[in-house]
Structures are given as structure tokens and as C-alpha cells.
Design a protein around this ligand. Structure first.
Ligand SMILES: NC(=O)c1ccc[n+]([C@@H]2O[C@H](COP(=O)([O-])OP(=O)(O)OC[C@H]3O[C@@H](n4cnc5c(N)ncnc54)[C@H](OP(=O)(O)O)[C@@H]3O)[C@@H](O)[C@H]2O)c1
Length: 335
């Protein structure tokens, strides 16, 4: 079977395709999956790009979707031929968040899904939503579940809420679609007027170009008649958080997700306090969150926006496309 791995010292020019033996037959509690698709996330890009520190031979990609080819003894949750999708934290089955590192995240601390077949414990995956293609299902693991947790698990979204989504990357577009499907008003931002037209087509009620309107937080207050938004899907980090605090209503939920503008910075803490807002960091979610999410997707009628598809051999080109920032929604890899 074919796989892509990172050759030390790492970097996009060191993603190597090779032919290797098929994985071992599934043991007790395990399944063998024919992986058909993965999808790119900023996190996968950082791992692949990690020149100088990459672990030699690491198979990248946290997201994996495919079909079960063989079941080990005692697996009752799945049947041969089922469509499944991987979990970002295979050891976090349910309950409180686990320690927040990536030592056991596929494609980072352990091998991921840039390969055609894998044998893993059945508890590392969930069913895919019914009727979804493998490319669509692959987008759930990281981007989809993060948006779901920000809005639903942590944010407690309800019909009538106003949600701010920043930029048009994988997490933000998912959040826009989920928020609309759940009856919220959505304000979306982008650096590109062309992309703003596309988010309008997806249902965004208001759009703001964050380049030409750097004080977009104030603009969001104006758009909500001075009240402010209920939930901000904060993928930017230090350079966007002050605007998100301005945009949020008193008591707003700010879901701190991303590091697109860096890992630290100056934050107007008094403003956050006086607005009595809740700032909550999160990293993806548990397998139970994913099961709930898949159940919701089976009825919500939302399908992810797929920007482009690349063959596994062309994974480096897929990352270069992501690096260009030209994408809108999810970039997928098929195998
Ligand atoms: N905590 C978690 O669990 C978790 C999970 C997934 C992702 N993340 C993080 O969330 C962020 C987004 O991830 P992703 O996979 O969705 O990335 P992505 O698909 O690569 O999205 C990149 C997009 O972000 C937008 N952007 C860049 N700078 C921005 C800024 N200053 N303000 C607003 N938008 C900006 C751009 O949109 P425009 O082109 O429209 O301007 C760009 O296209 C990353 O930092 C990633 O590490 C965290």
C-alpha cells in the first residue's frame, strides 16, 4: 500500500511517498480501514512544515475517513463495509478534557492517516454521517468537531443567537454552516471581498472585510444594534481577540481556537472583565462529542464546503495551496 511520511529534517519538500506492506490483520478490539480521504488543517500544515524538528518517518494527517475492511474479535459497534471517520484524540473517549498536548494525536505524536490502510482500535473512530462521501467525512475530525464544540458543547448556541466567524478557513466555514442550520444570525469576516460574496451564498447575514475595516468589532456591535454578538469563533488569536471582545455582548462566549496571528500578545483584560465575557480555550473534542456531532449532521442537512481535492502523492501541493490562503473551506486528499 501507499503512504506518505515526513523525512527528517521535515518541510514540504520532504514529504515522501512510498510503497509499504499492508498493516497487520486486526487483533481483538481492532479494525482495519481502507482509508479513502483525509483533509488538511492548519495543525497538519504546522507538523508538515516543521523543518528541523520533524520526527523522521512520521505519517502526517489527523483526519482520516474510509471503509472498514476487517474486524477483530469482539468488535460489536461496527460491521465490515461501514464508513468511519477518525478521532483527533483517540484516548479521549468522553468526559472532561484530557491534557492538552498532541502526543497521541494521529499525524503529530503518533502516525496519522496519509496512507491507504490502517489497523487501529475500533474506539479510535466513529461512524461517518449517513450518505456523506469519504472526503466530506474526513473534514469532521478536526475542523468540524472544533466548530461543533465551540458553538454547541461550550457555546450553548440557540436559535436567535448571533455568531461571529472570522476568516474563511475550514473551522470558520463549518461554524458558519452549523450556526445557520441551528437558527443563528451569522456575521462573517474575510480579507477578500470575493470570499465574502461566497459566504453570503452560504447564508452569512452580514459580512465585513477585516482588512478594510480593522475595527470590525465595532462594526459587529453596530450590526447588532449595539448589543454585540453572543458567540465568537475566535480562530485568530492575539491580533483578533481585542476586536472579538469589542464585538461580544455582555456575557458573550468567546471560543478561543486559533493561533493564526501568533501564540501570545496584549489582551484588554479589563474590557473582557467588564463585559463579563467567557473566554474559553478548546482543542477539538472527545469521541463522545464526535458521536453527538455525527448524529446532528444526520439531521441538519449541512455538508462541508470542499475547496479542492488532491491525490495522496500530491500532498505537498495541497499544503502549498493551503499556504497560499486562496482556499475557501476544506482542502481534501483522496487515496
Ligand atoms: N483549537 C482547536 O481545536 C483547533 C482546531 C482546528 C483549527 N485550529 C486553529 O484554528 C485556526 C484556523 O484553522 P483552519 O484549519 O480553519 O485554518 P485554514 O483553513 O488554513 O484557514 C485560514 C484562514 O484564516 C483566515 N485568517 C487568517 N488570518 C486572519 C485574521 N487575522 N483574521 C481573520 N481571519 C484570518 C483566512 O481567511 P480569509 O482568506 O477569508 O481572510 C485564511 O484563509 C488555526 O490557527 C488552527 O491552528 C484550532
Amino acid at each position: 500500500m501507499k503512504q506518505v511520511s515526513i523525512k527528517a529534517p521535515g518541510g514540504l519538500d520532504n514529504l515522501v511517498t512510498s510503497d509499504v506492506e499492508d498493516p497487520k490483520a486486526p487483533g481483538a478490539g481492532e479494525i482495519t480501514i481502507r482509508i479513502k480521504a483525509s483533509s488538511l488543517n492548519f495543525h497538519d500544515y504546522m507538523v508538515a512544515k516543521n523543518e528541523g524538528a520533524a520526527e523522521d518517518g512520521r505519517i502526517p494527517m489527523a483526519d482520516g475517513a474510509g471503509t472498514i475492511e476487517a474486524l477483530g474479535e469482539g468488535v460489536e459497534e461496527f460491521a465490515e463495509g461501514d464508513s468511519v471517520v477518525s478521532c483527533f484524540f483517540p484516548d479521549w473517549q468522553s468526559g472532561d478534557a484530557r491534557p492538552s498536548d498532541f502526543k497521541r494525536t494521529p499525524g503529530d505524536g503518533i502516525d496519522g492517516y496519509a496512507r491507504e490502510r490502517v489497523t487501529v482500535p475500533a474506539s479510535w473512530v466513529t461512524h461517518a454521517p449517513k450518505g456523506w462521501s469519504h472526503e466530506e467525512a474526513a473534514t469532521i475530525t478536526t475542523a468540524g468537531l472544533t466548530a461543533w464544540r465551540a458553538l454547541v458543547v461550550d457555546g450553548g448556541i440557540k436559535a436567535g443567537d448571533t455568531v461571529a466567524v472570522l476568516g474563511t478557513g475550514g473551522v470558520s466555514i463549518y461554524a458558519l454552516q452549523l450556526a445557520k442550520a441551528m437558527g443563528a444570525t451569522v456575521i462573517a469576516t474575510s480579507s477578500s471581498d470575493e470570499k465574502l460574496e461566497r459566504v453570503k451564498e452560504l447564508g452569512a447575514d452580514h459580512v465585513i472585510n477585516y482588512r478594510s475595516t480593522p475595527e470590525w468589532g465595532k462594526e459587529m456591535r453596530n450590526l447588532t444594534d449595539g448589543r454585540g454578538v453572543d458567540i465568537v469563533v475566535e480562530v485568530g488569536g492575539p491580533a483578533t481577540l481585542p476586536q472579538s471582545i469589542t464585538a461580544g455582548r455582555t456575557g458573550a462566549h468567546l471560543a478561543l481556537i486559533g493561533v493564526l496571528t501568533g501564540a501570545g500578545g496584549e489582551i484588554p483584560t479589563a474590557h473582557l472583565m467588564s463585559r463579563q465575557q467567557r473566554l474559553q480555550g478548546l482543542i477539538v473534542g472527545s469521541r463522545t462529542h464526535q458521536k453527538d456531532f455525527v448524529r446532528a449532521l444526520d439531521v441538519l442537512g449541512v455538508k462541508p464546503v470542499i475547496d479542492s481535492r488532491y491525490a495522496l502523492d500530491d500532498l505537498a501541493d495541497a499544503f502549498r495551496h493551503q499556504e497560499s490562503g486562496k482556499h475557501f473551506g476544506k482542502i481534501c486528499v483522496t487515496m
